[in-house]
Design a protein around this ligand. Structure first.
Ligand code: PLP
Ligand code: COI
Length: 355
């Protein structure tokens, strides 16, 4: 628990916005709940977290976030079951990954209770903002950035940890996801920051992704920066393929985000006896399997994307359609994971966390 000196102060909003929200037609991540948590790092320590009405924040123009991009974030979801209990999915893994990301970006680690108590207090306060409809949830965005001042290119002396939340529907608005296997641009390099959930990793993807969108794809599948020979991951999700009946995903590395959904799928596969391989996956192998009909599925996995079947992929000017299976691994994993998340099934793994 956060000690009494660090108790979370709560300033409630005077006018809730909740009645203006159409909970049956939620976009992803663009309607924000009533409150946010803010915690400042100054003089070498994190100060007491505060919860306040969701509002703009003021920063000095020299704040290092603007110039040197020192920022990391997490993506989580809060779910409400039919009895109005609130649940998170493996939140301690998000906490650990936030600190892994911070360390790589020379940012201060956040104490665990700030993250966990902050989340719990904020979610309990804004519990009515957690949608109950199928496929919707409260997207939770914890992030830390350099608020300290100065043009010197060195780590800031002040940071802000904020948790903002947004009731959200599906990440991909169109049902059919089409991806482009990228060979010109790279997302990450050996020894770089690809494994961190650092803001700049996403900014660097926007331009190549825009080019892909102009060609009719929604996401890019990144390949290794060395020879563009192996599948790495997509812009906002890890990638799985099914060749015959075997599930394959690439190993995580310092270029790839260690996705919580990815590792959950591997654990479910192990438990259900689905043959699964974690190994380097050649683009050529996937293209050959698509040509000879052994490529049965390709899907993305992530908090926002959940489990998103990929309908087709593009590579070197050709498009390859994936078969539409009635009994897909993707739908099986999605059901298993969301049943745990929404408290509709037993959770033999101990992943569900009651808020
Ligand atoms: N890869 C990237 C680049 C991501 O942004 C995400 C989303 O968080 C993922 C993979 C999936 O990670 P997780 O399942 O932990 O959300
Ligand atoms: C998530 O899945 O939570 C992410 O952080 C991906 C994000 C870029 C929407």
């Amino acid at each position: 628990m956060i000690g009494t000196a660090q108790k979370i102060a709560i300033e409630k909003t005077k006018t809730s916005k909740i009645t203006s929200v159409d909970f049956d037609n939620l976009p992803f991540g663009s309607v924000f709940s009533d409150h946010m948590l803010v915690c400042d790092y100054r003089n070498g320590a994190w100060e007491a977290p505060k919860i306040m009405p969701y509002q703009p924040i003021s920063l000095d123009p020299s704040a290092k976030i603007f110039h040197y991009g020192q920022s990391v974030f997490e993506g989580m979801k809060a779910y409400r079951d039919k009895d109005h209990n609130i649940w998170l999915f493996r939140p301690e893994d998000n906490y650990k990954r936030l600190n892994v990301s911070s360390k790589r970006m020379a940012m201060p680690e956040l104490p665990k209770e700030y993250f966990m108590e902050g989340l719990k207090t904020l979610l309990q306060l804004d519990r009515d903002w957690i949608p109950q409809s199928e496929g919707s949830s409260l997207y939770v965005r914890p992030f830390i950035f350099a608020s300290g001042r100065g043009f010197h290119a060195s780590p800031a002396d002040e940071y802000k940890f904020i948790i903002a939340t947004a009731p959200s529907g599906a990440y991909f608005s169109s049902g059919k996801v089409k991806v482009l296997i990228e060979e010109t641009y790279s997302r990450a390099a050996n020894g770089g920051v690809g494994f961190a959930k650092a803001g700049g990793n996403y900014a660097g993807q926007f331009y190549p992704t825009q080019l892909a969108v102009e060609k009719g794809y929604q996401q890019v599948i990144w390949t290794d920066d060395n020879a563009h020979e192996y599948i790495e991951e997509a812009g906002a999700m890890n990638i799985f393929v099914r060749i015959k009946d075997t599930l394959v995903t690439g190993p995580v590395s310092d270029r790839i985000l260690d996705g919580i959904t990815r590792k959950s799928i591997l654990e479910i596969a192990r438990e259900e006896g689905i043959p699964a391989e974690v190994r380097k996956l050649k683009v050529n192998e996937v293209v050959e399997a698509a040509k000879n009909g052994t490529l049965k599925e390709m899907f993305g996995a992530g908090t926002a994307a959940v489990v998103s079947p990929i309908a087709a992929f593009g590579y070197r000017g050709s498009d390859y359609d994936l078969p539409q299976l009635e009994k897909s691994y993707a739908s099986r994993f999605k059901k298993r994971i969301t049943d745990i998340q929404y408290n509709r099934s037993e959770d033999s793994f101990g992943w569900r966390f009651k808020v």
